[in-house]
Ligand binder design. Structure first.
Ligand code: GTR
Length: 421
């Protein structure tokens, strides 16, 4: 009797283990990718799109609207910067090479107000300089060892106890490996950063951050087709660009927006909405970023909406395990950057972000770039590790994990040099 039960038990355990693999994070084999059909980039209700004029007039606005109402959510109105406060400035930063500026951008609507601090380093040059701009995860003070970087806009000894819940003084310099400030400055670029939590805290709570300034009376959360956190982070980068247009040391028409991971998703959405960003770079942005949702490889729509219910519009939750009903897919998001240079970076051990799905978005977006005369891409085959492709669309598969490294930055700087200098 016992002898019969044991093989049965083994079978049962094996069966449930395989199922757990399928439902959980580990399902990462190309053979598990379902067959799927992508929505057509160059078909509209008016027929096929044959040139850039038709793309810009009919198809682009339609795709943008579908992403806004079904994926990231619409921004319910407009709100310009109310006031810019200079918090700190040093003309001899980084051993005299750069100017450090720290500002607070203030916003106000009715009796509600909020603000977020901006840090930049600007190389000392005779002419205006281009700028890399992007969010950080752990606070502006995490990007460099520099003791003068304020923590959430405040000096360390002036911080109250509650200020410390979001920002740890010990984070100072903790992310220098992701932020090669000197290399960027030496290459002639300014660097601007904002902590994303200061725009909208990354928690499932719509009572804080920028959202409440847009509420109607008695509204406490965005409507189903209105913005989640990613769209709020995207929106705020455009407001930073509004400020940069008046900054005499920086060429706002050479603003390179970059972001890693969730912030890479936000960078792509910001770039889609605001054509003033001259280059957009997404690093390991994955699901809801550059990766094709219909591949269901690594992180799926249902995973992201379950773990981060506040990132996207509520409408996006309709597509949990239902990707085939999405009117768009992420190659269309990349295509919304056209004809501007766009860069998609993946990492070989970042299965959760689906490197191949990120590559395919770049590849399929080329059909729109071709309407603008950009024909050469070399996107026929998924490239080997560390073999970057720098065309009007850039792509690389870095060897290694989900991260942002010197290798990535070297590629981004080369790509920017190629297109802006
Ligand atoms: C993960 C999330 C990803 C990615 C990442 C990040 O937990 O599943 O979509 O955004 O976080 O931002 O680091």
């Amino acid at each position: 009797m016992k002898i019969k039960i044991i093989p049965l038990l083994v079978l049962l355990i094996l069966f449930s283990w395989t199922n757990a693999q399928k439902n959980g994070k580990q399902i990462n084999s190309e053979s598990d990718v379902p067959s799927y059909q992508l929505p057509k980039l160059l078909e509209s209700d008016r027929g096929s799109i044959k040139n850039k004029a038709q793309w810009e007039k009919y198809r682009r606005p339609q795709i943008l609207e579908q992403f806004a109402s079904q994926v990231y959510g619409k921004v319910p109105g407009q709100l310009p910067i109310d006031r810019i406060e200079v918090l700190e400035m040093e003309t001899e930063a980084l051993g005299g090479k750069a100017i450090r500026k720290q500002l607070m951008l203030h916003f106000k609507k009715g009796d509600r107000s909020m603000g977020f601090p901006v840090l930049h380093y600007i190389p000392k040059r005779k002419q205006k300089v281009p700028v890399f701009m992007g969010y950080n995860f752990l606070g502006n003070h995490s990007i460099a060892e520099d003791p003068f970087i304020l923590i959430d806009g405040k000096k360390e000894d002036e911080m109250e106890k509650e200020d410390l819940s979001n920002f740890k003084p010990e984070s100072r310099g903790s992310r220098v490996s992701r932020w090669p400030v000197e290399e960027i400055i030496n290459a002639g670029y300014a660097l601007l950063t904002v902590n994303y939590n200061t725009v909208d805290p990354d928690i499932d709570d719509f009572s804080n951050g920028i959202h409440p300034l847009f509420y109607q009376e008695n509204q406490t959360a965005p409507e189903p087709d209105q913005w989640g956190a990613l769209a709020a982070w995207a929106w705020a980068m455009s407001r930073v660009l509004d400020y940069l247009e008046a900054e005499p040391l920086i060429s706002a028409d050479k603003a390179i927006l970059f972001g890693h991971s969730r912030l890479g998703k936000a960078a792509l959405w910001a770039g889609a909405n605001d054509p003033r960003f001259s280059i957009v770079i997404s690093n390991n942005s994955g699901c809801g970023g550059a990766a094709i949702s219909r591949r269901r490889f690594g992180e799926k729509v249902v995973d992201i909406n379950t773990k981060f219910p506040h990132w996207f519009a509520k409408n996006f939750h309709q597509y949990n395990d239902n990707e085939s009903e999405l009117p768009v897919d992420q190659h269309m998001l990349v295509a919304l950057m056209a004809p501007r240079p766009v860069y998609i970076a993946s990492a070989s051990k970042d299965d959760w972000a689906d490197p191949k799905g990120e590559f395919l978005s770049a590849k399929y977006a080329t059909s729109v770039y071709q309407l603008y005369g950009f024909k050469e891409f070399n996107f026929d085959r998924f490239p080997k590790v560390n073999s970057p492709i720098h065309k009007r669309i850039g792509y690389h598969l870095r060897e290694g994990k989900h991260n942002i490294t010197h290798y990535d930055w070297d590629q981004f700087i080369k790509f920017a040099n190629q297109h802006l200098k």
